[in-house]
Design a protein around this ligand. Structure first.
Ligand SMILES: C[S@@+](CC[C@H](N)C(=O)[O-])C[C@H]1O[C@@H](n2cnc3c(N)ncnc32)[C@H](O)[C@@H]1O
Length: 250
């Protein structure tokens, strides 16, 4: 599968991509929370990327609550479908007068001129299947409602829908990029939103983690990265052999 790396400012590179040409956007923008010189939100990117996404496509955006609040007006033209929490094994301890932050978010959007029913989605299941047990349980009084049904079906065991809080070790200590995401947090989002053989666009590609996940799972990828040294890192990571268990949480 083709993995294309474009070393350019995303605002310029996006203008060269055809309308409705990608199946999914999965990206990790600059949160604007550090003093790193590249950590600045390019104003207007959510509007530009919308044109490039198929109407049946969707977009995952990593970020923090603060980041989304600061730029909420930029998500006009998008509908929010849901979000996941990435729980890390360590965290950022910048402030000792708050809770230690050990999580980040990824929000899932689709175009506001699309119907949710038409948007491609492949719900992900856990792989810890056990024997499935189906039981009837009494319905609590407050749930009986108009149907009048007093029992409901409850299932234990078997493959389960993946939970929206996902624990994955961060890349602390082995990362080649300062904000590198683990492949294992990117994989379920990619598989959820990008059909087999489809094209994922990451316009803030960093060290190319989205590309690695795409390579492992037979998706095409367009990776845009502004800094030449990060674009080179992405190319190097993709050229190296992908370890057999690249996607597993170490
Ligand atoms: C949060 S990092 C992405 C890290 C990536 N998820 C990984 O696993 O390596 C954001 C990246 O966006 C890049 N970037 C920032 N502004 C950009 C712009 N205007 N165009 C293209 N890339 C940009 C930065 O250089 C940085 O590598």
């Amino acid at each position: 599968m083709t993995i294309q790396i474009i070393n350019a400012d995303c605002m310029t590179a996006l203008a060269d991509l055809p309308d409705e040409s990608v199946d999914c956007v999965l990206t990790d923008p600059p949160y604007g929370e550090t003093s790193l010189e590249w950590d600045k939100w390019p104003t207007g990117w959510p509007a530009l990327v919308r044109r490039v996404l198929k109407k049946t496509g969707s977009m995952w955006v990593f970020g923090s609550t603060r980041m989304f609040f600061d730029h909420v007006e930029e998500f006009r033209g998008w509908r929010l479908s849901h979000d996941i929490v990435w729980e890390k094994h360590n965290g950022t301890g910048l402030f000792n007068d708050r809770f230690r932050r050990v999580h980040e978010l990824a929000l899932h959007f689709y175009r506001d001129d699309a119907q949710w029913a038409d948007v491609y989605k492949q719900p992900q299941f856990t792989n810890d299947a056990r024997a499935r047990v189906v039981r009837k349980k009494g319905r609590p009084a407050q749930w009986i409602g108009a149907t009048g049904e007093t029992v409901y079906r409850s299932e234990d065991g078997g493959p389960r829908l993946m939970r929206s809080v996902m624990f994955c070790r961060s890349e602390h200590g082995r990362a080649v990029h300062p904000t590198q995401k683990p492949v294992s947090i990117v994989e379920p989002l990619l598989l959820y939103a990008c059909p087999p053989g489809g094209t994922v666009l990451d316009l803030f590609a960093g060290s190319g983690t989205t590309g690695l996940a795409a390579k492992v799972h037979d998706r095409r990828a367009i990776l845009i990265e502004g800094k030449p040294e990060f674009a080179r890192l992405a190319a190097q990571r993709l050229a190296d052999d992908v370890p057999l268990f690249a996607g597993s949480a170490a």
